[in-house]
Design a protein around this ligand. Sequence first.
Ligand SMILES: *[C@@H]1O[C@H](CO)[C@@H](O)[C@H](O)[C@H]1NC(C)=O
Ligand SMILES: *[C@@H]1O[C@H](CO)[C@@H](O)[C@H](O)[C@H]1NC(C)=O
Ligand SMILES: *[C@@H]1O[C@H](CO)[C@@H](O)[C@H](O)[C@H]1NC(C)=O
Length: 354
Amino acid sequence: MQLANAFFVLTIACSARQVRAHVAAWHKGMYCFNGTQPGFVNQNANEAVQPLFNLTRDEWWFHHKNNCDQFPPAPGDFLELPAGGTFTVEHAVNRAYTSLSYNGAGANEFLDGQPLPKLAENVELPCISSPNIHTQNESMAAGTAFAISYQSDITKVTEENLVVFTVLYNTPWRRIATYSVPASMPACPAEGCICAWGWVPNGCGEPNMYMLPYRCRVTGATSTIPLAPAKPAGWCEDDFSKCTPGAKQMIYWNQFEGNNIEVSGLDLSGHVRSPAYNVKLGFPNGAQNDIFLTGAAASSAASSAPRPTSTTPTSTPTSSSRPQDNSASRAGQLSHPALHYATLCFIFITLRLL
Ligand SMILES: *[C@@H]1O[C@H](CO)[C@@H](O)[C@H](O)[C@H]1NC(C)=O
Ligand SMILES: *[C@@H]1O[C@H](CO)[C@@H](O)[C@H](O)[C@H]1NC(C)=O
Ligand SMILES: *[C@@H]1O[C@H](CO)[C@@H](O)[C@H](O)[C@H]1NC(C)=O
């Protein structure tokens, strides 16, 4: 471990000028936490941070593009959502820069292990270049979200049963990101729920999107009223009466197929419209408290719902716990250049010291 830490510190020193970077919300409950190489724990994993752009629905849905969805978290590793409380994840451009790798040796205030973000030089609209988080400053950061589906089997999750339940404005910006959970979230089935993290950056680079799977469960639930079916959010910055009320879908945008929103023209601040998890699409900041069934649907669903019992799963999930696709190992090599670079750098520094 000592050696690993020393090695890592050199890696950081060496890679300080790397600018190619994207973001994931890191947590032990996420899929592809250890990378996508079967049987290998990659503390330097970056498969999850690859952005999604112009892909088929099959490719972008739950980050199937590089088989992230084929690598579920270890049994018992859940993203825990306390009803009415908060939960914390780490936004970072590589698992190496979180508290979850190398005993936290690479974690710092910002997403790339650095104490401060850097402004780009010589560009008309100064964007943060490192980490490459598609924003000019914190106030322009587009916002991120988590959605939940009350299905334990990831293959049963659909656009309609995956509901955005919390939004965090002005993120990603700092590594530590704390989201609020609606107080009325009902308990998950015994084997847990499937959650997803979403981000649609606004400007400063390729207009892509993020959708990552997690295994999650609600703790301390008191309500049994289910979530309503999710509808696509629409642009409503100019007229809040046009916002989609209640349960909303994640934003699926700029893909080859399966998009649920299109925008054109400029927003009120004069920038090209870019849909995001913020007020422009009618997402309030924090817990989304209007996502539950109401009226007759709610009372009949609540009376037939099983009473929440234990939040501990009674059996360990077995479905798709092993990768099924040979291309997994190909995708797993995505993070190798960083590792090789680090190795070369290590040798370089060692030679210089001699
Ligand atoms: C999206 O992908 C399609 C099919 O691969 C391609 O024809 C098209 O040029 C791509 N569009 C963009 C904006 O990259
Ligand atoms: C991933 O690695 C962690 C150690 O960092 C380990 O606790 C966990 O069991 C691994 N998950 C899987 C699915 O192998
Ligand atoms: C953030 O960046 C935007 C776009 O460049 C700019 O209009 C705004 O004044 C900046 N805000 C702060 C607090 O610097």
